[in-house]
Design a protein around this ligand. Sequence first.
Ligand code: A3P
Length: 303
Amino acid sequence: MISTFPRVKRWSYYEGFWYSTMFLEGIMSAQDHFIPQSTDIFITSCPKTGTTWLKSLTFAICTRSRLSGSSASALLTKMPHDCVPLLEHDLAQNPIKRDCAVPLVSTHVPYSCLPKSIISSGCKIIYICRDAKDAFVSFWYFIAELERSRNVQPLSLEEAFELFCNGISSYGPYWDHVLGYWRASLEFPEKILFLTYEEMKKDTAAHVKKLAEFMGCSFTLEEEEEGEVQKIISMCSFQKLSNLEVNKNGTHQADTPFAIKNSVFFRKGEIGDWANHLTPEMGARLDGIMEQKLKGSGLKLPR
Ligand code: A3P
């Protein structure tokens, strides 16, 4: 059943989650029609949890062998979201249009709502999540920027926070999104890699190696000695990507109703920025909700 939330008219509730209505059609179409390739690797996340970074890293990792001599990574001229297609937007209606040489597909769709063809395919899935407070603040900035660019009055931080705490956010409830992939990763550990933004920040090198191994393209000893891991980390760093011309001045999905400035995907890239925006009481409330929702799951998100 689809229903819309009155205060946020462009969101719809479908199969237990809230979606931006502009993506819902694509999600339903993907559920019915999407057929993965056996080599596909799915980059999955709730919005604002580190998707752009994960896309960059996985893209850089799996295209590195194609780059030799003077050929530079597409990441230097295309924004990461234009390097890895989004299932619910780019592939739902156009399943044929894809660069088969790069086996990456991204999606924000919750685990329980993924097309059944993906679940039964045995394809690998990489999931990233993040402390709920930082994800919320990042999400609020993102939505406010979008609303302003479309001449819509953005929700206040307090209004959006109230909705978030009640499970109403893009692809939310946030906790159900995280829990779906967490439980699936426990059930299929060889198929689903569960990561957090905070751990990836803390030891990026170990994560880059782990990602490569999981994707089936481990670094050779020679590559490690040549500093390949470090090169990828530097190329995908917030500092590097956010200062590229394409990410400062480009437009993602130009000429479509989804057009959005590339720079919107790069804000601060820090852990704990929530404390500059939420009161300690708001922080404690969201921590309490997350603790209660994740209770018994074995998952404790870093804060
Ligand atoms: P902040 O808003 O806290 O700065 P997503 O990619 O899922 O939309 O998540 C966006 C968040 O990831 C933003 O967080 C953004 O700044 C951060 N981000 C984008 N690129 C990054 C990178 N290369 N390294 C670390 N964080 C990055």
